[in-house]
Design a protein around this ligand. Structure first.
Ligand SMILES: [Zn+2]
Length: 299
């Protein structure tokens, strides 16, 4: 199944699935002070990290399950064309999210996420069709108006912003990506592409499965721990001899080790499995499940 973001859904596709905005994720923002809820002109809710929302020049948003047109396990705002949902519905969902973040759908760029650490710059010559099938887990951009979109259902979303050079990056950090130091690679990609100084950068760590819920095998703990200055802080006891991994903490450590100021690394501290009513969660839903989006760009 292809991921063609450049073709917009036709009028018939839209009228077949009239807007049905779900209840807003209001309970979440009262529980999680790091997240604030915004609404598009169409009434589509999206979340922002409070500390990043004030930064001029940066546009960002985290979608929820609400405000889209998908049904069943994809209800309602699934953004992935790769999980079995109807294409017209996914394109309508993406279009609503794009408009919420001030861009036409044809200015939204996504890629085929493969749990790696490969990166690419989206520039004036790049079209969405160029990269939609490319195996990438980091996207970078400095072009005002373009929007980078990655898809999640428990993996850790990372967002980087260089306010001096006005470059943005997004990254997809599940355990495999974290073990490959995808956060570190994303920082280095900004250094190489934009001349960024790591100490200038702001980082956002979005909603992801938390240390409360993410039970993993010892081999997963070992692979991620090998990349961390303080691995014990990213591991929690679980049932019996099992252990839980805190991927947000692991990525926070990698970002600080890469030279970011600790006070500029902001975390949602919000578990997608605990809040599977608000976010798609692979662990809770199993297969099939939709994907929510983290979108970022330069204003
Ligand atoms: Zn949890």
């Amino acid at each position: 199944m292809d991921e063609d973001f450049s073709s917009r859904p036709g009028p018939s596709a839209v009228s077949r699935h009239p807007p049905a905005v779900s209840p807003p994720p209001s309970a979440l923002s009262t529980q999680h002070s790091a997240l604030r809820t915004q609404y598009s002109a169409e009434g589509v809710p999206y979340l922002q990290l409070a500390g990043l929302a004030e930064l001029p020049g940066l546009v960002h948003g985290i979608s929820t399950r609400a405000g889209g047109v998908s049904e069943g396990p994809y209800a309602a705002l699934n953004v992935s064309l790769m999980v079995g949902d109807e294409r017209a519905r996914v394109l309508e969902n993406r279009a609503r999210l794009a408009r919420a973040l001030g861009a036409p759908p044809e200015q939204v760029y996504t890629c085929r996420q493969v749990h790696g650490a490969a990166w690419r710059v989206v520039d004036a010559e790049t079209t969405p069709a160029d990269i939609e099938r490319e195996p990438l887990d980091i996207l970078l951009c400095s072009r005002p108006g373009s929007r980078l979109l990655l898809k999640f259902a428990d993996c850790t979303p990372l967002l980087l912003w260089d306010p001096r050079r006005r470059w943005v990056a997004v990254a997809h950090a599940g355990w495999r990506g974290t073990a490959q130091r995808v956060a570190t690679v994303a920082v280095q990609a900004l250094v190489d592409s934009a001349g960024s100084e790591p100490a200038d950068l702001w980082a956002g760590i979005g909603p992801a499965i938390g240390g409360c819920c993410y039970e993993v095998g010892d081999e997963v703990i070992a692979a991620v721990a090998a990349t961390l200055p303080a691995p014990a802080a990213a591991v929690r006891p679980g049932r019996g001899t099992r252990r839980h991994l805190d991927l947000a903490e692991a990525n926070r450590q990698q970002l600080v080790a890469a030279g970011l100021a600790p006070e500029r690394v902001l975390s949602a501290r919000c578990c997608t499995a605990c809040h599977s009513d608000t976010f798609f969660s692979h662990r809770v839903q199993g297969l099939p499940a939709g994907r929510f989006a983290v979108v970022a760009g330069v204003r």
